[in-house]
Ligand binder design. Structure first.
Ligand code: NAI
Length: 399
């Protein structure tokens, strides 16, 4: 059979398994040829390991010099009667396959990272495969909901401004259309729910659980990913519900840093660049900024994908350095190239003239969409999409 992409709004409804494998292989190839990670961690736990920054971090740490073994937790759709499985499902499978080839351990745990059951499974896996300890914990969850303990109810995040509404455009990848939207301000309940889902509480509870189970190695570090962005994005991001949650995450990094000091370890919130991922295309009114940013950063030669960001993070900032470079708020900045003043000046100029008629030509819409398609295994060079694939061969694979 042939698999054609199915997109609804900004959500990919299917994935191409061969393409997902190719995307993983291309990222591995990139990190193998990049400057290598020195003195990297050997036993890594990644929460949110199947796509975006988490997968990129896993690839960088396994193949980009550190030769790490990894336990990856993710929440992905396995094949069933309605679908052939999500991209992340296949990413887990093919990452493991590639890691196996180089005798690197890759344990995939698929389930809800907010649940106690998954916590227990992870602690057991650390015991079994990592001699009971981890050297690095990466918190890279991008979730929409979090179960309230035992009640069967959920906190649901809402990506909204706080105080005033925000008007901007969202771009529908389904039909390449520009839709003007006005996002109303969040209610207090929505603000609090977003904090519960995307703030620092769950990160802290994971580290507490690992401390309690004596799974933290001497010198263990933990990082969680954040976004700050330029002022132009603040009304929808930093000053909105998601930004509140990220500020909470930054504060959590300080308390975790104190806790990990008992193990000679550290905790850092790591601020990344705006990039196309399953999660980020969901943020209303942010896409025009990303089209302008992609265009300008590519012109300047400073654009990076998730895997490029992660390889640079581990090889030039987090490992092998005498001093980890932090800003005045103890944040590790990987958005340094994005926030370069000249870049932002040109981005603002582009945004002033961008509209529904010209966004595909003056912004980097092609690049934006291509990255999105590739996240789901479509549009990759080296894959013959006209060739029949026997889906049963893929459906029976397990992570
Ligand atoms: P993504 O959607 O590509 O990856 C999210 C990961 O979380 C996936 O592996 C998914 O399976 C996993 N996940 C979601 N809910 C889960 C659950 N309940 N249990 C277990 N696993 C679950 O997202 P992306 O963009 O890589 O986001 C990761 C982090 O990076 C987020 O905190 C995000 O805010 C942050 N970030 C993203 C930026 C971007 O532009 N994409 C920029 C800066 C920070």
């Amino acid at each position: 059979m042939l698999i054609e992409p199915v997109i609804k709004g900004v959500v990919a409804k299917n994935a191409h398994p061969v393409g997902c494998h190719e995307a993983v292989k291309q990222q591995i190839q990139y990190v193998k040829n990049a400057p290598q990670i020195q003195q990297g961690p050997k036993r890594v736990l990644i929460l949110g390991a199947s796509s975006g920054f988490g997968l990129a971090a896993r690839i960088a740490l396994t193949f980009g010099g550190a030769k790490a073994d990894t336990i990856g937790v993710s929440f992905e759709r396995e094949p069933n009667e309605k679908s052939y499985g999500s991209a992340g499902w296949y990413n887990n499978i093919f990452f493991k396959k590639e890691a196996d080839k180089e005798q690197r351990l890759a344990i995939n745990i698929v389930g809800d990272a907010f649940s106690n059951d998954i916590r227990d499974q992870v602690i057991e896996a650390i015991e079994t495969y990592f001699e009971g300890e981890v050297d690095l914990v990466i918190y890279s969850l991008a979730a929409g909901i979090r179960p309230k303990d035992e009640t069967g109810e959920f906190w649901r995040s809402a990506i909204k401004p706080i105080g005033d509404s925000v008007t901007g455009a969202s771009i529908m990848l389904e039909d390449d259309s520009w839709r003007e939207t006005t996002v109303p301000p969040a209610t207090l309940e929505e603000e609090q729910a977003t904090l519960k889902v995307m703030g620092g509480e769950d990160w802290e509870s994971w580290i507490d659980a690992l401390i309690n189970s004596e799974s933290i190695a001497d010198g263990c570090k933990t990082i969680a990913f954040s976004y700050v962005g330029p002022e132009i994005t603040h009304p929808i991001y930093l000053d909105g519900t998601l930004g509140r949650a990220k500020i909470d995450l930054h504060q959590t990094s300080h308390s975790l840093n104190l806790k990990l000091a008992n193990f000679n370890g550290n905790a850092y919130a790591t601020v990344c660049k705006a990039l196309v991922t399953k999660a980020s295309v969901f943020i209303p009114a942010l896409s025009p900024y990303m089209l302008a940013l992609y265009k300008i950063m590519k012109q300047k030669g400073t654009h990076e994908t998730c895997v490029e960001q992660m390889q640079r993070l581990f090889s030039t900032k987090l490992y092998g350095q005498k001093l980890i470079p932090l800003d005045g708020e103890r944040l590790l900045r990987m958005d340094d190239w994005e926030l370069d003043p000249e870049t932002q000046h040109h981005v603002s100029e582009l945004l002033e003239v961008m509209n529904k008629d010209n966004f595909t030509t003056i912004g980097d819409y092609q690049g934006f969409k291509q990255e999105f398609m590739q996240l789901n295994g479509f549009g990759l060079t080296n894959v013959d999409y006209h060739r029949d694939i026997d889906i049963d061969n893929f459906i029976k694979l397990t992570p």
